[in-house]
Design a protein around this ligand. Sequence first.
Ligand SMILES: *Cc1c(COP(=O)(O)O)cnc(C)c1O
Length: 476
Amino acid sequence: MIMTKDKQTLLSKIPSVDELLQNPITQKWDGSYPHILILDAIRSILERKREAILRNNDLKEGSIALSPDDILSEVETELITLSKLNLHSLINATGIIIHTNLGRSLLSDAAIKNVQDVAGNYTNLEFDVWEGKRGKRYSHVEEVLCRLTGGEAATVVNNNAAAVMLVLNTLALGKEVIVSRGELIEIGGSFRIPDVMERSGARLREVGATNKTHLKDYRDAVNSDTAVLLKVHTSNYKILGFTEEVSLNDLVELGKERGIPVIQDLGSGCFVDLKRYGIDDESTVQDSLRSGVDIVTFSGDKLLGGPQGGIIIGKKSYLDRIRENPLARAVRIDKMTLAGLEVTLREYFDEEKAIRNIPTLRMLCQTLEEIEKRAGRIVEGLQDIINEEVLDIRIKDGVSQSGGGALPLSNLRTKVVAVIPKEIKVTEFEKGLRENNPPVIVRIKDEEILLDPRTILDKDIEIIIEAVRRIGSELK
Ligand SMILES: *Cc1c(COP(=O)(O)O)cnc(C)c1O
Protein backbone atom coordinates (compact mmCIF):
# COMPACT_ATOMS: atom_id res chain seq x y z
CA MET A 1 0.00 0.00 0.00
CA ILE A 2 1.27 3.45 -0.83
CA MET A 3 1.51 5.61 2.23
CA THR A 4 0.34 9.07 1.39
CA LYS A 5 1.75 12.03 3.21
CA ASP A 6 -1.65 12.75 4.81
CA LYS A 7 -1.73 9.32 6.30
CA GLN A 8 1.78 9.76 7.70
CA THR A 9 0.70 13.00 9.30
CA LEU A 10 -2.39 11.44 10.81
CA LEU A 11 -0.46 8.43 12.13
CA SER A 12 1.99 10.74 13.82
CA LYS A 13 -0.90 12.44 15.61
CA ILE A 14 -1.95 9.28 17.44
CA PRO A 15 -1.01 9.73 21.09
CA SER A 16 1.38 7.20 22.60
CA VAL A 17 0.36 4.58 25.15
CA ASP A 18 2.52 6.30 27.79
CA GLU A 19 0.98 9.66 27.12
CA LEU A 20 -2.50 8.21 27.57
CA LEU A 21 -1.48 6.37 30.73
CA GLN A 22 -0.27 9.68 32.24
CA ASN A 23 -3.51 11.46 31.32
CA PRO A 24 -5.51 12.56 34.43
CA ILE A 25 -8.59 10.75 33.09
CA THR A 26 -6.69 7.45 33.02
CA GLN A 27 -5.18 8.14 36.43
CA LYS A 28 -8.69 8.39 37.85
CA TRP A 29 -9.49 4.87 36.60
CA ASP A 30 -6.82 3.30 38.78
CA GLY A 31 -8.73 1.49 41.47
CA SER A 32 -11.90 1.08 39.37
CA TYR A 33 -10.29 -0.99 36.62
CA PRO A 34 -7.32 -3.39 36.80
CA HIS A 35 -4.18 -1.91 35.21
CA ILE A 36 -3.84 -4.86 32.83
CA LEU A 37 -7.29 -4.16 31.35
CA ILE A 38 -6.60 -0.40 31.05
CA LEU A 39 -3.43 -1.15 29.13
CA ASP A 40 -5.14 -3.68 26.85
CA ALA A 41 -8.04 -1.32 26.17
CA ILE A 42 -5.69 1.56 25.26
CA ARG A 43 -3.65 -0.65 22.96
CA SER A 44 -6.68 -2.05 21.23
CA ILE A 45 -8.25 1.38 20.59
CA LEU A 46 -4.93 2.76 19.29
CA GLU A 47 -4.61 -0.24 16.99
CA ARG A 48 -8.12 0.40 15.67
CA LYS A 49 -7.19 4.02 14.97
CA ARG A 50 -4.07 2.97 13.09
CA GLU A 51 -6.03 0.49 11.00
CA ALA A 52 -8.74 3.02 10.23
CA ILE A 53 -6.14 5.47 8.95
CA LEU A 54 -4.35 2.89 6.83
CA ARG A 55 -7.54 1.37 5.40
CA ASN A 56 -9.22 4.60 4.45
CA ASN A 57 -8.02 6.25 1.24
CA ASP A 58 -10.48 9.07 1.42
CA LEU A 59 -9.59 10.64 4.72
CA LYS A 60 -10.94 14.04 5.49
CA GLU A 61 -9.42 16.31 8.09
CA GLY A 62 -10.88 15.42 11.47
CA SER A 63 -12.81 12.35 10.28
CA ILE A 64 -10.92 10.19 12.74
CA ALA A 65 -11.00 11.39 16.33
CA LEU A 66 -7.44 11.44 17.64
CA SER A 67 -7.50 13.79 20.61
CA PRO A 68 -6.62 12.13 23.94
CA ASP A 69 -10.08 12.97 25.27
CA ASP A 70 -11.84 11.32 22.34
CA ILE A 71 -9.60 8.29 22.44
CA LEU A 72 -9.97 7.86 26.19
CA SER A 73 -13.73 8.04 25.89
CA GLU A 74 -13.56 5.08 23.46
CA VAL A 75 -11.12 3.35 25.81
CA GLU A 76 -13.63 3.64 28.62
CA THR A 77 -16.37 2.05 26.53
CA GLU A 78 -13.95 -0.76 25.75
CA LEU A 79 -13.07 -1.07 29.44
CA ILE A 80 -16.73 -1.47 30.37
CA THR A 81 -17.01 -4.30 27.81
CA LEU A 82 -13.79 -5.96 29.02
CA SER A 83 -14.94 -5.78 32.63
CA LYS A 84 -18.21 -7.61 32.01
CA LEU A 85 -18.31 -11.25 33.05
CA ASN A 86 -18.07 -13.65 30.15
CA LEU A 87 -20.43 -16.15 31.73
CA HIS A 88 -23.59 -14.49 32.96
CA SER A 89 -27.28 -15.13 33.46
CA LEU A 90 -29.94 -14.45 30.87
CA ILE A 91 -33.64 -15.00 30.34
CA ASN A 92 -34.78 -18.10 28.47
CA ALA A 93 -38.06 -17.25 26.74
CA THR A 94 -37.68 -20.02 24.14
CA GLY A 95 -39.88 -22.57 25.89
CA ILE A 96 -37.12 -25.16 25.57
CA ILE A 97 -36.74 -26.30 29.16
CA ILE A 98 -33.47 -28.27 29.24
CA HIS A 99 -31.82 -25.91 26.74
CA THR A 100 -28.28 -27.20 26.25
CA ASN A 101 -26.91 -23.88 24.98
CA LEU A 102 -28.50 -21.99 27.84
CA GLY A 103 -27.17 -24.21 30.63
CA ARG A 104 -29.76 -27.01 30.85
CA SER A 105 -31.41 -27.27 34.29
CA LEU A 106 -31.72 -24.59 36.95
CA LEU A 107 -31.21 -25.56 40.57
CA SER A 108 -33.94 -25.31 43.18
CA ASP A 109 -33.63 -22.55 45.77
CA ALA A 110 -32.64 -25.05 48.47
CA ALA A 111 -29.94 -26.55 46.22
CA ILE A 112 -28.52 -23.11 45.43
CA LYS A 113 -28.42 -22.31 49.14
CA ASN A 114 -26.51 -25.48 49.89
CA VAL A 115 -24.02 -24.91 47.06
CA GLN A 116 -23.32 -21.49 48.53
CA ASP A 117 -22.87 -22.90 52.02
CA VAL A 118 -20.54 -25.68 50.91
CA ALA A 119 -18.54 -23.39 48.62
CA GLY A 120 -17.75 -20.89 51.37
CA ASN A 121 -17.06 -23.22 54.27
CA TYR A 122 -14.92 -26.20 55.09
CA THR A 123 -17.02 -29.36 54.84
CA ASN A 124 -16.96 -33.07 55.62
CA LEU A 125 -16.42 -33.75 51.90
CA GLU A 126 -14.01 -36.60 52.65
CA PHE A 127 -14.18 -36.72 56.41
CA ASP A 128 -16.26 -38.90 58.66
CA VAL A 129 -17.27 -36.59 61.50
CA TRP A 130 -18.58 -39.46 63.70
CA GLU A 131 -15.49 -41.59 63.41
CA GLY A 132 -13.06 -38.71 63.22
CA LYS A 133 -11.27 -40.18 60.24
CA ARG A 134 -11.15 -40.05 56.50
CA GLY A 135 -14.53 -40.49 54.78
CA LYS A 136 -15.78 -41.00 51.24
CA ARG A 137 -16.77 -38.22 48.84
CA TYR A 138 -19.50 -40.28 47.21
CA SER A 139 -21.15 -41.51 50.40
CA HIS A 140 -23.13 -38.26 50.63
CA VAL A 141 -25.37 -39.19 47.72
CA GLU A 142 -25.09 -42.97 47.40
CA GLU A 143 -27.57 -43.84 50.12
CA VAL A 144 -30.12 -41.30 48.88
CA LEU A 145 -29.81 -42.57 45.32
CA CYS A 146 -30.33 -46.18 46.40
CA ARG A 147 -33.28 -45.33 48.61
CA LEU A 148 -34.96 -43.42 45.78
CA THR A 149 -34.40 -45.95 43.03
CA GLY A 150 -34.09 -49.34 44.70
CA GLY A 151 -30.54 -49.71 43.37
CA GLU A 152 -27.91 -51.68 45.31
CA ALA A 153 -25.06 -49.21 44.92
CA ALA A 154 -24.41 -45.88 43.23
CA THR A 155 -21.75 -43.36 42.42
CA VAL A 156 -21.57 -40.03 40.62
CA VAL A 157 -19.08 -38.59 38.13
CA ASN A 158 -18.64 -35.37 36.18
CA ASN A 159 -21.33 -35.99 33.54
CA ASN A 160 -23.14 -38.81 31.83
CA ALA A 161 -20.64 -39.03 28.98
CA ALA A 162 -17.96 -39.72 31.60
CA ALA A 163 -20.27 -42.21 33.31
CA VAL A 164 -20.71 -44.24 30.10
CA MET A 165 -16.99 -44.06 29.38
CA LEU A 166 -16.01 -45.13 32.89
CA VAL A 167 -18.46 -48.02 33.04
CA LEU A 168 -17.35 -49.40 29.67
CA ASN A 169 -13.68 -48.92 30.46
CA THR A 170 -14.14 -50.82 33.71
CA LEU A 171 -16.17 -53.72 32.36
CA ALA A 172 -15.17 -54.02 28.71
CA LEU A 173 -11.59 -52.84 28.20
CA GLY A 174 -10.27 -54.69 25.13
CA LYS A 175 -13.51 -56.64 24.84
CA GLU A 176 -16.72 -56.45 22.89
CA VAL A 177 -19.82 -54.44 23.65
CA ILE A 178 -22.93 -55.34 21.73
CA VAL A 179 -25.23 -52.47 20.72
CA SER A 180 -28.17 -52.17 18.35
CA ARG A 181 -27.50 -50.15 15.16
CA GLY A 182 -30.64 -48.17 15.94
CA GLU A 183 -29.03 -46.88 19.13
CA LEU A 184 -25.69 -45.62 17.81
CA ILE A 185 -26.70 -42.05 18.43
CA GLU A 186 -25.03 -38.66 18.45
CA ILE A 187 -26.02 -36.09 21.03
CA GLY A 188 -25.23 -32.44 20.55
CA GLY A 189 -22.35 -33.03 18.13
CA SER A 190 -19.66 -33.93 20.62
CA PHE A 191 -21.09 -37.09 22.13
CA ARG A 192 -21.34 -40.06 19.82
CA ILE A 193 -21.89 -43.47 21.29
CA PRO A 194 -19.45 -45.20 18.87
CA ASP A 195 -16.70 -42.64 19.60
CA VAL A 196 -17.14 -42.78 23.36
CA MET A 197 -17.05 -46.57 23.22
CA GLU A 198 -13.87 -46.57 21.21
CA ARG A 199 -12.17 -44.15 23.61
CA SER A 200 -13.24 -46.30 26.54
CA GLY A 201 -11.14 -49.09 25.07
CA ALA A 202 -14.12 -51.30 24.32
CA ARG A 203 -14.81 -52.77 20.88
CA LEU A 204 -18.15 -51.95 19.34
CA ARG A 205 -20.16 -54.85 17.97
CA GLU A 206 -23.17 -53.48 16.08
CA VAL A 207 -26.19 -55.69 15.63
CA GLY A 208 -29.48 -55.43 13.75
CA ALA A 209 -30.56 -52.81 11.23
CA THR A 210 -31.23 -49.13 11.83
CA ASN A 211 -34.97 -49.65 12.16
CA LYS A 212 -35.15 -53.20 13.50
CA THR A 213 -33.13 -55.21 15.94
CA HIS A 214 -34.30 -58.60 17.22
CA LEU A 215 -33.27 -60.54 20.29
CA LYS A 216 -31.83 -63.13 17.93
CA ASP A 217 -29.38 -60.51 16.61
CA TYR A 218 -27.93 -60.04 20.09
CA ARG A 219 -27.99 -63.75 20.79
CA ASP A 220 -26.10 -64.57 17.58
CA ALA A 221 -23.47 -61.93 18.27
CA VAL A 222 -22.61 -63.09 21.79
CA ASN A 223 -19.25 -64.84 21.95
CA SER A 224 -16.47 -65.52 24.43
CA ASP A 225 -15.18 -61.97 23.95
CA THR A 226 -18.48 -60.26 24.78
CA ALA A 227 -18.19 -58.18 27.95
CA VAL A 228 -21.35 -56.05 27.92
CA LEU A 229 -24.81 -55.81 26.35
CA LEU A 230 -25.49 -52.10 26.03
CA LYS A 231 -28.84 -50.41 25.61
CA VAL A 232 -28.88 -46.70 24.78
CA HIS A 233 -31.84 -44.36 25.10
CA THR A 234 -32.19 -42.78 21.66
CA SER A 235 -32.86 -39.44 23.38
CA ASN A 236 -33.16 -36.86 20.67
CA TYR A 237 -34.80 -38.97 18.02
CA LYS A 238 -37.28 -41.77 17.59
CA ILE A 239 -37.50 -44.38 14.88
CA LEU A 240 -41.10 -44.58 13.74
CA GLY A 241 -43.01 -46.87 11.40
CA PHE A 242 -41.66 -50.31 10.59
CA THR A 243 -39.54 -50.71 13.68
CA GLU A 244 -38.62 -53.16 16.36
CA GLU A 245 -36.33 -52.92 19.32
CA VAL A 246 -35.53 -55.45 22.00
CA SER A 247 -37.08 -54.63 25.36
CA LEU A 248 -34.85 -54.13 28.36
CA ASN A 249 -36.52 -57.16 29.98
CA ASP A 250 -35.57 -59.45 27.11
CA LEU A 251 -32.03 -58.13 27.03
CA VAL A 252 -31.71 -58.69 30.78
CA GLU A 253 -32.95 -62.28 30.29
CA LEU A 254 -30.28 -62.87 27.66
CA GLY A 255 -27.62 -61.29 29.86
CA LYS A 256 -28.53 -63.58 32.76
CA GLU A 257 -28.57 -66.62 30.52
CA ARG A 258 -25.06 -65.89 29.25
CA GLY A 259 -23.64 -64.30 32.38
CA ILE A 260 -23.01 -60.95 30.67
CA PRO A 261 -23.83 -57.61 32.38
CA VAL A 262 -26.49 -55.43 30.77
CA ILE A 263 -25.91 -51.69 30.90
CA GLN A 264 -28.44 -49.04 30.03
CA ASP A 265 -27.48 -45.47 29.16
CA LEU A 266 -30.74 -43.73 29.99
CA GLY A 267 -29.56 -40.29 28.94
CA SER A 268 -32.05 -38.12 30.74
CA GLY A 269 -33.06 -40.39 33.59
CA CYS A 270 -36.25 -39.47 35.37
CA PHE A 271 -37.45 -40.43 38.86
CA VAL A 272 -41.05 -39.29 38.40
CA ASP A 273 -43.68 -41.09 36.35
CA LEU A 274 -44.51 -38.22 34.00
CA LYS A 275 -47.55 -40.01 32.56
CA ARG A 276 -49.40 -38.99 35.68
CA TYR A 277 -48.86 -35.37 34.73
CA GLY A 278 -50.07 -35.92 31.18
CA ILE A 279 -46.59 -35.92 29.70
CA ASP A 280 -45.19 -38.65 27.48
CA ASP A 281 -44.60 -42.23 28.34
CA GLU A 282 -41.02 -42.08 29.60
CA SER A 283 -39.90 -44.99 31.73
CA THR A 284 -38.21 -44.11 35.00
CA VAL A 285 -34.86 -45.07 36.50
CA GLN A 286 -36.80 -47.22 38.98
CA ASP A 287 -38.48 -49.10 36.06
CA SER A 288 -35.07 -49.87 34.59
CA LEU A 289 -33.63 -51.16 37.84
CA ARG A 290 -36.74 -53.23 38.53
CA SER A 291 -36.24 -55.00 35.22
CA GLY A 292 -32.96 -56.31 36.58
CA VAL A 293 -30.51 -54.28 34.50
CA ASP A 294 -27.01 -54.43 36.00
CA ILE A 295 -26.12 -50.75 35.62
CA VAL A 296 -27.94 -47.59 34.54
CA THR A 297 -26.32 -44.24 33.83
CA PHE A 298 -27.97 -40.84 33.35
CA SER A 299 -27.37 -37.10 33.60
CA GLY A 300 -27.83 -34.99 36.69
CA ASP A 301 -28.94 -31.90 34.80
CA LYS A 302 -31.50 -33.20 32.35
CA LEU A 303 -34.92 -34.38 33.59
CA LEU A 304 -33.54 -34.89 37.08
CA GLY A 305 -33.20 -31.12 37.34
CA GLY A 306 -29.96 -31.02 39.32
CA PRO A 307 -26.41 -29.89 38.59
CA GLN A 308 -24.26 -31.37 35.81
CA GLY A 309 -23.28 -34.90 36.78
CA GLY A 310 -23.28 -38.48 35.61
CA ILE A 311 -25.08 -40.89 37.88
CA ILE A 312 -24.25 -44.59 37.90
CA ILE A 313 -26.55 -46.98 39.76
CA GLY A 314 -26.53 -50.77 39.84
CA LYS A 315 -25.15 -53.99 41.24
CA LYS A 316 -22.66 -53.54 44.05
CA SER A 317 -20.06 -55.91 42.63
CA TYR A 318 -19.80 -53.79 39.46
CA LEU A 319 -19.96 -50.47 41.28
CA ASP A 320 -17.06 -51.52 43.49
CA ARG A 321 -14.93 -52.13 40.41
CA ILE A 322 -16.06 -48.88 38.77
CA ARG A 323 -15.12 -46.83 41.84
CA GLU A 324 -11.68 -48.39 41.91
CA ASN A 325 -10.91 -47.60 38.28
CA PRO A 326 -8.17 -44.91 38.22
CA LEU A 327 -10.22 -43.08 35.56
CA ALA A 328 -12.86 -42.44 38.24
CA ARG A 329 -10.53 -39.91 39.81
CA ALA A 330 -10.10 -38.12 36.49
CA VAL A 331 -13.84 -37.65 36.11
CA ARG A 332 -14.80 -37.10 39.74
CA ILE A 333 -17.30 -34.45 40.69
CA ASP A 334 -16.56 -31.41 42.81
CA LYS A 335 -18.04 -30.46 46.16
CA MET A 336 -20.37 -27.78 44.77
CA THR A 337 -21.96 -30.30 42.44
CA LEU A 338 -22.38 -32.76 45.28
CA ALA A 339 -23.97 -30.04 47.41
CA GLY A 340 -26.50 -29.20 44.68
CA LEU A 341 -27.12 -32.82 43.81
CA GLU A 342 -27.80 -34.05 47.34
CA VAL A 343 -30.45 -31.41 47.94
CA THR A 344 -32.03 -32.05 44.52
CA LEU A 345 -32.19 -35.77 45.24
CA ARG A 346 -33.71 -35.24 48.67
CA GLU A 347 -36.53 -33.20 47.12
CA TYR A 348 -37.66 -36.45 45.47
CA PHE A 349 -38.51 -38.04 48.81
CA ASP A 350 -41.74 -36.07 48.41
CA GLU A 351 -42.77 -36.10 44.75
CA GLU A 352 -45.11 -33.12 45.04
CA LYS A 353 -42.34 -31.12 46.64
CA ALA A 354 -39.97 -32.13 43.86
CA ILE A 355 -42.38 -30.90 41.20
CA ARG A 356 -42.97 -27.66 43.05
CA ASN A 357 -39.33 -26.93 43.87
CA ILE A 358 -37.21 -28.28 41.02
CA PRO A 359 -37.47 -25.77 38.16
CA THR A 360 -37.14 -28.35 35.35
CA LEU A 361 -40.05 -30.39 36.72
CA ARG A 362 -42.08 -27.34 37.59
CA MET A 363 -41.76 -25.99 34.04
CA LEU A 364 -42.56 -29.39 32.56
CA CYS A 365 -45.67 -29.91 34.68
CA GLN A 366 -47.04 -26.38 34.45
CA THR A 367 -50.70 -26.41 33.41
CA LEU A 368 -51.90 -24.58 30.33
CA GLU A 369 -54.04 -22.33 32.52
CA GLU A 370 -51.04 -21.25 34.58
CA ILE A 371 -49.03 -20.55 31.45
CA GLU A 372 -51.86 -18.56 29.91
CA LYS A 373 -52.20 -16.52 33.08
CA ARG A 374 -48.51 -15.64 32.96
CA ALA A 375 -48.73 -14.82 29.25
CA GLY A 376 -51.61 -12.52 30.19
CA ARG A 377 -49.42 -10.69 32.68
CA ILE A 378 -46.87 -9.97 29.95
CA VAL A 379 -49.49 -8.72 27.46
CA GLU A 380 -51.16 -6.63 30.14
CA GLY A 381 -47.88 -4.88 30.87
CA LEU A 382 -47.56 -4.02 27.19
CA GLN A 383 -51.19 -3.01 26.46
CA ASP A 384 -50.44 0.65 25.89
CA ILE A 385 -47.69 0.11 23.31
CA ILE A 386 -49.76 -2.22 21.12
CA ASN A 387 -50.47 -0.46 17.86
CA GLU A 388 -52.03 -2.16 14.81
CA GLU A 389 -49.65 -0.48 12.41
CA VAL A 390 -46.44 -0.62 14.39
CA LEU A 391 -46.40 -3.43 16.91
CA ASP A 392 -48.93 -6.18 17.45
CA ILE A 393 -48.79 -8.32 20.58
CA ARG A 394 -51.11 -11.23 21.32
CA ILE A 395 -51.43 -14.59 22.99
CA LYS A 396 -51.35 -17.65 20.73
CA ASP A 397 -51.27 -21.42 20.97
CA GLY A 398 -47.76 -22.80 20.80
CA VAL A 399 -45.53 -25.73 21.60
CA SER A 400 -42.78 -25.93 24.24
CA GLN A 401 -40.05 -28.54 24.23
CA SER A 402 -38.42 -30.46 27.02
CA GLY A 403 -35.00 -30.31 25.29
CA GLY A 404 -31.88 -32.05 26.53
CA GLY A 405 -32.62 -35.13 24.48
CA ALA A 406 -35.50 -35.98 26.76
CA LEU A 407 -38.97 -36.84 25.53
CA PRO A 408 -38.11 -36.17 21.87
CA LEU A 409 -41.65 -36.33 20.59
CA SER A 410 -43.60 -34.91 23.46
CA ASN A 411 -45.20 -31.75 22.26
CA LEU A 412 -45.95 -29.68 25.29
CA ARG A 413 -48.89 -27.45 24.47
CA THR A 414 -48.31 -23.91 25.61
CA LYS A 415 -49.52 -20.33 25.21
CA VAL A 416 -46.98 -17.93 23.79
CA VAL A 417 -46.90 -14.17 23.62
CA ALA A 418 -46.37 -13.31 19.94
CA VAL A 419 -44.69 -9.97 19.30
CA ILE A 420 -45.11 -8.85 15.71
CA PRO A 421 -43.17 -5.76 14.67
CA LYS A 422 -44.65 -4.26 11.49
CA GLU A 423 -42.09 -1.59 10.69
CA ILE A 424 -38.79 -3.31 11.35
CA LYS A 425 -37.55 -6.80 10.64
CA VAL A 426 -38.39 -9.37 13.27
CA THR A 427 -34.66 -10.25 13.43
CA GLU A 428 -33.86 -6.67 14.40
CA PHE A 429 -36.35 -6.83 17.25
CA GLU A 430 -34.88 -10.14 18.32
CA LYS A 431 -31.40 -8.60 18.32
CA GLY A 432 -32.66 -5.82 20.54
CA LEU A 433 -33.94 -8.36 23.04
CA ARG A 434 -30.71 -10.33 22.85
CA GLU A 435 -28.69 -7.20 23.56
CA ASN A 436 -30.85 -6.26 26.51
CA ASN A 437 -29.29 -6.42 29.96
CA PRO A 438 -29.96 -9.19 30.87
CA PRO A 439 -30.36 -10.71 27.39
CA VAL A 440 -33.78 -12.13 26.53
CA ILE A 441 -33.49 -15.19 24.26
CA VAL A 442 -36.56 -15.93 22.14
CA ARG A 443 -37.77 -18.06 19.26
CA ILE A 444 -38.74 -16.63 15.90
CA LYS A 445 -41.44 -18.35 13.87
CA ASP A 446 -43.24 -17.06 10.79
CA GLU A 447 -41.95 -13.51 11.22
CA GLU A 448 -43.13 -13.42 14.82
CA ILE A 449 -41.20 -13.28 18.07
CA LEU A 450 -42.50 -15.90 20.45
CA LEU A 451 -42.13 -15.54 24.21
CA ASP A 452 -43.00 -18.77 25.98
CA PRO A 453 -43.87 -18.18 29.65
CA ARG A 454 -43.14 -21.85 30.44
CA THR A 455 -39.41 -21.17 30.80
CA ILE A 456 -39.67 -17.57 32.00
CA LEU A 457 -39.12 -17.17 35.73
CA ASP A 458 -41.70 -15.06 37.57
CA LYS A 459 -39.03 -12.59 38.63
CA ASP A 460 -38.14 -12.02 34.97
CA ILE A 461 -41.61 -11.11 33.70
CA GLU A 462 -41.16 -7.43 34.56
CA ILE A 463 -37.73 -7.36 32.90
CA ILE A 464 -39.21 -8.78 29.70
CA ILE A 465 -42.03 -6.25 29.74
CA GLU A 466 -39.48 -3.46 30.17
CA ALA A 467 -37.29 -4.76 27.33
CA VAL A 468 -40.16 -5.17 24.84
CA ARG A 469 -41.52 -1.80 25.88
CA ARG A 470 -38.17 -0.10 25.37
CA ILE A 471 -37.53 -1.61 21.94
CA GLY A 472 -41.17 -1.17 20.96
CA SER A 473 -41.25 2.48 21.92
CA GLU A 474 -38.18 3.16 19.82
CA LEU A 475 -40.29 2.13 16.83
CA LYS A 476 -42.86 4.88 17.25
C1 LIG B 1 -27.33 -36.50 27.04
C2 LIG B 1 -26.91 -37.89 26.87
C3 LIG B 1 -25.60 -38.28 27.16
C4 LIG B 1 -24.56 -37.31 27.61
O1 LIG B 1 -24.84 -36.86 28.90
P1 LIG B 1 -24.02 -35.60 29.48
O2 LIG B 1 -24.57 -35.45 30.86
O3 LIG B 1 -24.35 -34.46 28.58
O4 LIG B 1 -22.60 -35.94 29.45
C5 LIG B 1 -25.26 -39.61 26.99
N1 LIG B 1 -26.16 -40.51 26.56
C6 LIG B 1 -27.44 -40.17 26.27
C7 LIG B 1 -28.38 -41.23 25.78
C8 LIG B 1 -27.86 -38.84 26.41
O5 LIG B 1 -29.12 -38.49 26.13
